[in-house]
Design a protein around this ligand. Structure first.
Ligand SMILES: [Fe+2]
Ligand SMILES: [Fe+2]
Length: 317
């Protein structure tokens, strides 16, 4: 269970109160608008969390409280609209199977992994681990929602990939658990959501987009496109981060989490693109644009997070 995060404005305050009210008091209708991206992001993050491990002091029935669902959909609608507005559309004339990895490689954003590898201070790396933990402590979970929405071949491949993320039957090798052990060994708190209050809106949006893609069947192609881009930008950065962690004397458990991803994600990127995305589009060709959309969203949101962290550290990209 996760502690309720601190509200960041009137809407997230309303959500917090409504969550605590279920099931004893009626949750009235609200037309409050979020005051800021922070207010929107933390409100949606809380509403999504109800479908994962739940929140401390919140009744499990809150997950399906109709007014909370209505607020969730309103926030998801705004989040998707902001992304679609920024999205330039699928790359012209590109073939998904043949051109995807080049398209990812051509994307030129600031690299936090490169900074960690060579120059980052221990404090900066601890900052990064704390906010990354919002995702890594439930790593792979948002994508699991997608499994029942896929045709046969893509489904089989996604389950194979997730089996790896979930430790191949060994709880000690489950990626989220590897990260938790790394956090603990580094003197950080390993419980899910421990550092949500520190996470900037960009980090919360990364998580919210993953949950939205996973929870809405309509967005299943965006979910697998996001997965392919995520895996395709993980292997080399994970090697850089592992080297940076070693440079700064971080414990083996934390280094080990990133080392695990150097080889695993070099395989996962192939499975995600060829056996999941291409296989899905072969069955449902009208979904191809959304595969590109989801992949673009992954890269765009990571750029925004990187800029935000670099700004906070006073480092120029
Ligand atoms: Fe992983
Ligand atoms: Fe992976």
């Amino acid at each position: 269970m996760t502690a309720l995060p601190k509200p960041r404005g009137p809407l997230s305050t309303w959500v917090t109160n409504a969550l605590r009210a279920v099931p004893d008091e009626e949750v009235g209708r609200t037309d409050l608008e979020p005051e800021s991206l922070d207010d929107a992001a933390v409100a949606l993050w809380m509403l999504h969390e109800l479908s994962y491990g739940g929140l401390d002091d919140v009744d499990d029935r809150a997950e399906w409280e109709p007014e909370l669902i209505r607020v969730r959909l309103r926030l998801e609608h705004d989040l998707e609209a902001r992304l679609r507005e920024r999205w330039p559309g699928p790359p012209e004339g590109a073939d998904l199977g043949a051109d995807f990895f080049d398209w990812v490689a051509d994307h030129d954003g600031p690299s936090l992994a490169r900074l960690v590898q060579t120059d980052a201070t221990k404090e900066q790396v601890l900052d990064l681990l704390r906010v990354r933990s919002v995702y890594h402590l439930k790593e792979a979970d948002p994508t699991t929602w997608v499994i029942p929405r896929l045709p046969v071949a893509a489904k089989a491949a996604l389950v194979e990939l997730q089996y790896d993320e979930y430790g191949v039957g060994d709880p000690a090798r489950l990626h989220a658990h590897l990260f938790a052990r790394g956090m603990e060994a580094s003197g950080l708190r390993p419980e899910p959501g421990a550092y949500v209050d520190e996470a900037p809106s960009e980090i919360l949006e990364q998580n919210n987009v993953l949950s939205m893609f996973g929870l809405q069947r309509r967005l299943r192609a965006a979910a697998v496109g996001h997965l392919a881009a995520f895996e395709a930008t993980s292997s080399v950065p994970s090697r850089r981060i592992a080297q940076g962690l070693e440079r700064l004397g971080f414990p083996d458990e934390m280094v080990g989490y990133y080392r695990e991803h150097v080889e695993a994600d070099a395989v996962h990127e192939q499975v995600a693109l060829r056996d999941i995305c291409v296989a899905l589009v072969a069955e449902e060709p009208q979904l191809e644009a959304d595969v590109w959309f989801g992949a673009w969203a992954c890269l765009d949101l990571e750029d925004r997070t990187a800029h935000r962290m670099l700004d906070a550290w006073g480092v120029t990209a």
